[in-house]
Design a binder for this molecule. Structure first.
Ligand code: BG6
Length: 464
């Protein structure tokens, strides 16, 4: 049996920087953030030039795995010609991982679509599905044998919903019908990547990473149970059922059709591909659950707080005729309105285990916080407590039978947190963005080292 993976995670756009070096083409995020003159990842943590130091620190921090993503824009140019320098960059990262005894855990797509494809309609254009299939085939060909753990996408819900329904990510649309279409194209791409993986007999296993939001209800009334089902379809099932069971949730498709969404883009031949090509494992990113109640009144309202303390309490999820999300008065929330609720992870892992019956990895979990890193040390006791309680939840779930094979802290080091900028810090290692991007291990880094080295024995155990 493979060893339990104790690692940490990053994503290309959020940490690499070097946005136009060595033949990398423009991604949709480069273009969008430049155009809007917003804080961007042009330099980010400069991992492109400092990956050796970063990976060495992971090793010295006791970790045995590194989850990172490949940037499509470094690997292929506008004419889909392979950029050897991009290939070489990721080969170097993998060599470095091996040198330090870290297992590479690779995401094929973490939101940085080439801009030329976005300009042609992005995930709304079925051509992007086939471009993605060609891209992953190139990666499989070049990296076969180097990687054991592959994932097709990071968080389809997050980039599709934020881009097409909530409207806070590019291309800033707010349209349920576009969302349904984009979501379908991504899930079809996932199945095509798995098909290619099998047909090309690539070594290792392939999964998908989902922004897992276990659903709880305010009570057990029939109306609330129905709202929970709607919320589960919205948050989880369209990704997890489609990827792991090969089935797009039927009741969701019916409901969307009844609400006037034209679902004729679903083709029988695609459904067969989806049915026949399911994942080997699931990667679950856990930040919080959703507590829901039945929908009451008013229009759909979707607000994500990207302003931190200036916007605290403004987040809202109301889906007309589906459900409403509520805050739990007994819970603590971060400045960005994320509930701190480790029990959701324990419950969610058990539910996912019972429903999908595939190995599970917690591919992201962490706490975003404002931190002053200028005096050379970060005493992040709040993060230690957060991580302890969430790892405890995983250990509980394992003891209750969930087949969990690994855990990755988000993030390995401070990086660019999309619309929240660099001031929302998640890292085990601080990056001083104002002082030459110096790396400073936080207290949590040393704490996590002990957790990894003791394989979880040092966790303070609690019943949840
Ligand atoms: C996940 C993503 O949604 O959560 C990461 O996979 C992201 O890319 C992380 O950075 C934390 O979210 P945020 O919005 O606080 O950066």
């Amino acid at each position: 049996m493979n060893k339990f993976l104790w690692g940490s995670a990053t994503a290309s756009y959020q940490c690499e920087g070097a946005w136009q070096e060595d033949g990398k083409i423009e991604s949709m995020w480069d273009s969008y953030l430049h155009e809007k003159q917003l804080e961007n990842g042009d330099i980010a943590s400069d991992h492109y030039h400092r990956y050796e130091e970063d990976i060495r620190m992971m090793k010295e921090g006791g970790q045995n795995a590194y989850r990172f993503s490949l940037s499509w824009c470094r690997i292929l140019d506008e004419n889909e010609k392979v950029n050897e320098k991009g290939i070489e960059f990721y080969k170097s990262i993998i060599r470095c991982c091996r040198k330090y005894g870290l297992e590479p855990f690779v995401t094929l797509y973490h939101w940085d679509l080439p801009q030329y494809l976005e300009a042609k309609g992005g995930w709304l254009n079925k051509e992007t599905v086939y471009a993605y299939e060609r891209y992953v085939k190139v990666v499989f060909e070049y990296f076969n044998g180097d990687i054991q753990y592959w994932t097709t996408f990071n968080e389809p819900r997050w980039f599709i919903f934020n881009g097409y329904w909530i409207g806070n990510y590019p291309p800033e649309k707010k349209d349920k019908s576009l969302t349904a279409k984009g979501a379908y194209h991504v899930m079809l791409s996932n199945a095509l990547a798995i098909r290619a993986f099998k047909e090309m007999k690539i070594s290792g296993q392939i999964g998908i990473v989902h922004s897992y939001t276990p659903i709880d209800g305010v009570d057990e009334s029939p109306a609330c149970l129905q709202a929970m089902r709607f919320a589960d379809n919205y948050c989880n099932n369209w990704v997890l059922d489609t990827a792991a069971l090969g089935q797009i949730p039927k009741d969701m498709v019916e409901k969307l059709s009844k609400e006037g969404v034209d679902m004729s883009f679903i083709l029988e031949e695609d459904e067969n591909i989806i049915k026949e090509n399911v994942v080997d494992f699931l990667g679950l990113n856990y930040y919080a659950r959703a507590l829901v109640k039945p929908y009451t009144t008013g229009e759909t309202e979707l607000i994500v707080n990207n302003k931190g303390k200036a916007g605290k309490g403004t987040s809202k999820t109301i889906i007309k005729n589906w459900f409403e999300q509520v805050m739990d008065p007994n819970s603590e929330y971060t400045e960005w309105d994320t509930e701190i609720y480790p029990k959701g992870l324990q419950d969610g892992l058990i539910r996912a285990h019972l429903k999908y019956k595939v190995p599970l990895f917690v591919t992201e979990n962490g706490l975003g916080f404002y931190e002053d890193v200028s005096n050379g040390c970060v005493d992040d006791v709040y993060r230690i407590s957060f991580l302890n309680d969430h790892i405890n939840a995983i250990l509980n779930a394992k003891e209750l039978g969930a087949d969990v094979r690994g855990y990755f802290v988000w993030s390995s080091f401070d990086l660019y947190s999309w619309k929240n900028g660099c001031e929302k810090r998640y890292g085990l290692v601080a990056v001083d963005f104002d002082n030459n991007l110096v790396r400073i291990p936080k207290k949590s880094y040393f704490w996590y080292k002990e957790v990894c080295e003791s394989e979880g024995q040092s966790i303070v155990r609690k019943k949840l």
